[in-house]
Ligand binder design. Structure first.
Ligand SMILES: [Zn+2]
Length: 216
């Protein structure tokens, strides 16, 4: 089957049930899931015991209704203040700024970082209509004003958007009496943090460099 025939096949997928079609359409709205994969998943779910399906759907509903964002670092959390921010052993004077919760998880998995985080909730991307005010940047500034912070590590993806965001943050934070670092570029340009192996990411955190030196 060539691509054109396959595409026509997908467009003309005939369902024997409207309920089946609705479920497939919902699944195919998920990132990376085409209609064919969606159909396979839906048929799999259909074969599961009703209790399993109920547990699956309840976990999604509960995720959406009960999840909150830490009021300090904005990471996804079950509590108002997350476990990392409340842990007494974490160094509150060292803040690692990341794009989203996947990066927090990736850095935590390296076991190389003992500070706390600040989750921006995205990167500045004019092409996608994301500006500084759409991100948790003012909250970061506020955090630096209200608590004693010695160093901020800008651990953002080595992409155009990551670099733009780092530059913006640097301008915003440079007048504070703090060290501003970026992670060492053992990470290839274009590389997204969540896909970097743990050893490389861990080493990049340990051998971070002051931002001024990284652009020299
Ligand atoms: Zn937190």
């Amino acid at each position: 089957m060539n691509f054109f025939t396959f595409f026509t096949y997908l467009c003309s997928m005939n369902f024997s049930s409207k309920l089946l079609e609705n479920a497939v359409n919902e699944f195919s709205r998920l990132p990376g899931i085409g209609q064919k994969t969606a159909l396979r998943l839906v048929l799999h779910i259909l074969n599961q015991p009703a209790t399993d399906v109920q547990r699956f759907s309840e976990s999604l509903m509960k995720l959406k209704s009960d999840i909150c964002f830490c009021t300090v670092c904005h990471n996804i959390s079950d509590q108002v203040i997350c476990e990392i921010c409340t842990a007494p052993k974490r160094d509150k004077g060292l803040i690692c700024v990341v794009e989203d919760t996947r990066d927090v998880m990736a850095i935590e998995n390296t076991n190389q970082f003992n500070g706390v985080y600040h989750v921006l909730g995205g990167l500045i991307s004019p092409m996608d209509g994301v500006g500084p005010s759409d991100l948790n940047i003012e909250k970061l500034v506020q955090r630096l004003q209200e608590s004693h912070v010695e160093e901020v590590i800008l651990a953002l993806s080595a992409t155009m958007e990551g670099d733009t965001t780092i530059f913006y943050l640097y301008k915003k934070l440079k007048d504070f009496n703090i060290q501003i670092s970026t992670i060492a570029r053992g990470i290839a340009f274009g590389g997204e943090l969540e896909y970097v192996d743990e050893v490389t990411l861990g080493r990049s955190i340990v051998t971070r460099v002051p931002y001024e030196r990284s652009i020299a």
